[in-house]
Design a protein around this ligand. Structure first.
Ligand code: HSE
Length: 300
């Protein structure tokens, strides 16, 4: 049996649309086993217990790449990452499936190759790269390759996610984006994405808020989220050092300095005044990424 743990991820981080993401200490756990025949899936809704399950589809992609044909597959899921909230639940399923298939087939592929397969399934690397590698990752895809680098984050940072009771699918959230941009909007974003990487790395807290601004997606997606503007405004007032839409939403992510101990409780009070229910999750960076355990045979 193979046991896999995958962290949640927060992608885009404001201006880094489709290229920046960070792994956080909220996890999905999976168990995989090759059995004689058939597909058995436990730990998810009935409608996902079939061959179109994203974990299983991702396993098949990896098996094809390795040219391995398993008998049957058993998958057990224990998930804490909320679904369709911009916290990388799909990416977790994809990297777990790809990594499990590689293990079952004899661990033949490198992490770089697993990332390429996962990226091909997801379409962009900003969730799958930190889910596999941990930490904050900058990643670029080009002709099937993924070029990535980990960002050394300043120690004095933690995250606080505001997770609403409504979902937003990536498909829906991508559908509201414009099809073209002006030159000045492109400059607006690349300058902030560059500044965000240096400010998070150097601990230049006073710059992070400005660096989280974005012209590519947040102005359009923010309108899909009741309470978005109020939360961003309140988070500044409560001393967060940066705030952005997590992935394609609906979660809003805030960055805090470790000294700011009052923010989560004060924000919890504030969100009670809004129309929807918002859950506050205090999170730290996960530096490890995916963890794969293959227990010794006599321990199973
Ligand atoms: N970069 C992606 C997006 C992340 O914003 O659409 C969500 O999958």
């Amino acid at each position: 049996m193979i046991k896999i743990k995958v962290p949640a991820t927060s992608a885009n981080m404001g201006p880094g649309f489709d290229c920046l993401g960070v792994a956080l200490d909220l996890y999905n756990y999976y168990e995989f086993e090759e059995i004689d025949e058939d597909l058995e899936i436990e730990g998810c809704e009935e409608c996902f217990r079939n061959e179109s399950n994203l974990i299983y589809v991702s396993m098949q992609k990896c098996f094809e790449a390795i040219d391995y044909t398993p008998g049957g597959i058993r998958i057990n899921i224990n998930s804490s990452i909320p679904i369709s909230r911009g916290l990388g639940s799909s990416a977790a399923c994809i990297v777990a499936g790809v990594a499990a298939a590689n293990e079952l087939a004899g661990n033949r592929l490198s992490k770089e190759r697993l990332l390429e397969i996962a990226n091909e399934i997801e379409g962009h690397p900003d969730n799958v790269a930190p889910a596999l590698l941990g930490g904050m990752v900058a990643a670029v895809q080009d002709k099937g390759k993924v070029y990535f680098d980990k960002v050394k984050l300043s120690d004095n940072l933690r995250f606080c996610a505001l997770v609403p009771d409504f979902t937003l699918s990536t498909k829906e959230s991508r559908a509201v984006l414009p099809t073209s941009l002006t030159y000045s909007e492109a400059v607006f974003n690349i300058s902030r994405a560059a500044l965000l990487v240096t400010a998070l790395s150097n601990g230049s807290h006073e710059l992070i808020r400005h660096a989280c601004e974005d012209a590519l997606h947040q102005p359009y997606r923010g309108k899909l989220i009741p309470g978005y503007d109020e939360i961003i405004e309140k988070s500044k007032e409560l001393g967060c050092i940066g705030a952005f839409l997590s992935g394609a939403g609906s979660t809003i992510m805030t960055i805090l300095s470790k000294e700011n101990e009052t923010f989560p409780e004060q924000m919890e009070q504030f969100v009670k005044s809004l129309g929807n229910k918002w859950t506050i999750k205090e999170l730290n960076v996960d530096n490890q990424g995916i963890e794969i355990r293959t227990p010794p045979i006599n321990a199973i």
